[in-house]
Design a protein. Sequence first.
Length: 236
Amino acid sequence: MDNISQYPEDDVFLLGDFNMHSQVNCYPNLIAASPGYVDSCWPDTEDRCDNSVNFMVHCAVYKPDEPSCINGQDWQQNAIDHVFYKNTTNWTLKDAYIDYDMDGSDHFPVVAIFVLDPITATPSPTKTNTHTPVPSSTGVVSITPSPSLIGTSTLTPSPTESFTLVPSGLKSCGFLDDNHDGEISILDFGPFKSLYSESCAEDGDGGGCGSKDSNSDGVVDIRDFVEFISKYGGTC
């Protein structure tokens, strides 16, 4: 409240569940603690700011002997599943990465939409690539180890050639490298299955698929290929 009181001219919206251990129904206390800065509930929601909203307050604190509390009628009217539970055995979300303690809520969370002014992104400057071709040279070159002249040769421009750079040490993996990336990996399952599943079809009795049926289940499939990769895969 001390922080909020520093902005008397601004509208500050408090969103959330204001229940706390010392004051289960603390909204009236929140208003009383900051006269002039916090408005009470809007008229059409006044009935939601008393002690009859949730089962915990209404039955467990104020009217535990009331018949509707004993027979569970009020519980059915006011029960709402928690998103987080404080105990360690009942929860609906197991992986919650937060830096504060989890606690229960007795009603649905507040959903708010904030509309901000659009932000116009500054476009990145356009890059222009320039290329200055090197002119071709023609002429006569004399090969002359001092002091004698050995001979002459004529230079002419060569036609443009296209070529592909291959990383040093990379060899062809053969037909099993289906995507031609220089290694046998899970992406190359197609030719493996096409080649080695034929032995199963020829056998005809559901067994005897050969050495590539590593788990001997009568079919050459992805599980066998994974085993094959573990032995023979990797960069060729």
